[in-house]
Design a protein around this ligand. Structure first.
Ligand code: GLU
Length: 471
C-alpha cells in the first residue's frame, strides 16, 4: 500500500452513538492502527433541523469511553460550508456542475409524465449543458439548484473491501443536486447537499479507506463520479452489512438498547463492547476473546463478513463476564465506586472493596450486577417475606441466637466464623444449610450467596450482630 492509510468515522449528530456506528468506528480505527495510519472524527451536522449539541457531546463521550481515540478532528461540516461552496464554484467554472432552474412544479410535472409513459422518474437534463445545445435564458425569480453533471454513459465499478466488485450503471444515476437554492439573488450557491459534503471532506481529509454501513452503497457511485470530476484520488470503499436484531430485522430500539451510552450505564465494560462488536461481521479464525492489541494486530481488512451479523445479548454478557473477571480487584473496585455513586451510595475504592469484588465477580455479567450484590455491605437489606418464612423458621431461631452469641467475641476471620458456625450446628443438631440460609436471609437479604463465612467476614462485626438480632 503506497497511500498512507487514513480512515474516518462520520456520525450524524441526530442521536446517540448507535451500536452500528460504533462498530464502523471500531473497524475504521482498528484498520488505521493496524497500518500505522490516522483515524479521523468528522461530525456530519448539515441536517440542521435534526442535529443537536447534546448528540455531538454524547457521540464524543461514547467514543472516548470505547477508547477509540481519533488523530484528527472532530471536524464539523457546518464549519466547512465556505469550502464546499468554493469547490462548487470551481465545478461551475469547469463545467462539471450547472445551475438548474426547474421549479418544483416543473419537476413534478416531469415525473408525472415519465410515470404515465411507464418510465422511471428522473431528471431529464433540461438545464444540462451539452455541446451545441442552446439553453433557455434563466427564468426571472427562480433560484436555481446546482446539479452535478454525471457521466451520461458507462458504469461505475469499485472493488469493495467487504462485498467484492460492485458495478452500477451511470444510466441509473440522475444529475445529483449538490447545492440547494441560495437564500437571495446574490447567492447562487445555497446549502450544499449531503453526498457532496462527504465527497469534499473525504478528498480534503485525504481519506484512503471509507468503511461504512451498507446503507450507503447507493451513494458510492455518485460520490465516485464527483471525486473523479474533481480529479481526486479515490478511496477504497468497504460497506459493512447491517447488524440485525434477533428477529432478523435491522437492529433498532424495538430490540432493546442500541446506544453505546446505554450499555455503559448498564454495566458493560468498554473492552467487552469492543471485543463483542468486533466479532459482529469480522473474524480471526475461531478467536472469540481477544484484547484491543490483538484486534489491532489482526485487523488487516480481510475476513469482513458479507452477510449481516445478528445481535446476541447472551454472547455480549458472556464476553463482558469474561472481561470483568479478568480485571484486577482494585480496578473493579473503582468501577463499583462509580456505580455506587449513581445510587447515592458512598464507598471507597479500598482493599476491602477489592476483596468484596473478588468474592462476587464470578457471579456477575456486569458491574451493575456486581453492585447489586455488594449493596448489602453498604446499605440496609430487606429480606422478602417469603424468604423469611421459608428460611428463618422457629426451629432455626435458637441456633441463630447461639451463633450471634458466638460471633460477639471471636476473632473476625473467615476461619473463626466458619468454626463458630460448625460448633453451633453441632450443638443444635441441625444441618449446615438450615443455619446458613437463615443467616444469609437475615444478613444479606437473600438466600443464595457465596460461602457464608467468606461473605460475613467482609461485613463489620456490628452489622452482622445487628442483622442477626431476632426474637
Ligand atoms: N453520516 C453518515 C452516517 O451517519 C456516514 C456517512 C459516511 O460514512 O460516509 O450514516
Amino acid at each position: 500500500m503506497t497511500r498512507k492509510v487514513r480512515t474516518r468515522i462520520a456520525p450524524s449528530p441526530t442521536g446517540f452513538l448507535h451500536l452500528g456506528t460504533a462498530r464502523t468506528a471500531l473497524f475504521s480505527w482498528a484498520f488505521a492502527r493496524h497500518h500505522g495510519g490516522d483515524f479521523i472524527l468528522r461530525i456530519e451536522d448539515t441536517d440542521e433541523a435534526r442535529s443537536t449539541q447534546e448528540a455531538v457531546d454524547q457521540i464524543i463521550a461514547a467514543m472516548k469511553w470505547l477508547n477509540l481515540a481519533h488523530d484528527e478532528g472532530p471536524f464539523f461540516q457546518m464549519q466547512r460550508l465556505d469550502r464546499y461552496r468554493e469547490v462548487i464554484g470551481q465545478m461551475l467554472d469547469d463545467g462539471t456542475a450547472y445551475a438548474c432552474y426547474c421549479t418544483p412544479a416543473e419537476l413534478d410535472e416531469m415525473r408525472e409524465a415519465q410515470r404515465a409513459r411507464g418510465d422511471k422518474p428522473r431528471y431529464d437534463g433540461r438545464w444540462r449543458p451539452e455541446p451545441g445545445k442552446v439553453l433557455p435564458p434563466p427564468p426571472d425569480g427562480v433560484k436555481p439548484v446546482i446539479r452535478f453533471r454525471n457521466p451520461p454513459s458507462g458504469a461505475v465499478t469499485w472493488e469493495d473491501m467487504v462485498k467484492g466488485p460492485i458495478t452500477i450503471s451511470n444510466a441509473e444515476l440522475d444529475d445529483l443536486i449538490i447545492a440547494r437554492p441560495g437564500a437571495d439573488a446574490a447567492t447562487l450557491i445555497g446549502t450544499p447537499t449531503y453526498n457532496f459534503c462527504v465527497v469534499v471532506d473525504d478528498w480534503d481529509m485525504d481519506i484512503s479507506h471509507v468503511i461504512r454501513g451498507d446503507d450507503h452503497v447507493n451513494n458510492t457511485p455518485r460520490q465516485i463520479n464527483i471525486l473523479r470530476a474533481l480529479g481526486a484520488e479515490l478511496p477504497v470503499y468497504g460497506h459493512v452489512p447491517m447488524i440485525l436484531g434477533p428477529d432478523g430485522d435491522k437492529l433498532s430500539k424495538r430490540h432493546g438498547a442500541v446506544s453505546v451510552t446505554q450499555y455503559e450505564s448498564a454495566g458493560y465494560l468498554p473492552e467487552a463492547m469492543l471485543n463483542y462488536l468486533a466479532r459482529l461481521g469480522w473474524s480471526h479464525g475461531d478467536e472469540e476473546l481477544f484484547s484491543r492489541e490483538q484486534l489491532v494486530s489482526w485487523f488487516d481488512g480481510q475476513h469482513l463478513a458479507k452477510s449481516p451479523a445478528q445481535w446476541d445479548a447472551a454472547k455480549l454478557n458472556w464476553v463482558n463476564a469474561h472481561c470483568l473477571k479478568a480485571l484486577p480487584d482494585d480496578t473493579l473496585a473503582a468501577h463499583a465506586v462509580a456505580r455506587f455513586a449513581e445510587r447515592g451510595i458512598v464507598a471507597a475504592a479500598d482493599a476491602q472493596l477489592g476483596r468484596m469484588c473478588a468474592l462476587f465477580k464470578d457471579r456477575c455479567a456486569t458491574t451493575v450486577e456486581l453492585c447489586d450484590w455488594l449493596a448489602m455491605y453498604f446499605s440496609e437489606v430487606a429480606p422478602s417475606a417469603q424468604d423469611l418464612t421459608t428460611h428463618v423458621t422457629e426451629a432455626v431461631t435458637p441456633a441463630v441466637h447461639s451463633l450471634r452469641e458466638r460471633l460477639t467475641d471471636i476473632e473476625w476471620t473467615k476461619a473463626a466464623i466458619s468454626a463458630a458456625i460448625k460448633e453451633v450446628i453441632t450443638a443444635h443438631g441441625i444441618k449446615m444449610p438450615t443455619l446458613a440460609h437463615a443467616v444469609r436471609v437475615l444478613v444479606c437479604g437473600r438466600a443464595q450467596t457465596p460461602s457464608i463465612d467468606a461473605v460475613l467476614e467482609l461485613f463489620p462485626r456490628e452489622v452482622v450482630l445487628a442483622r442477626l438480632q431476632i426474637t
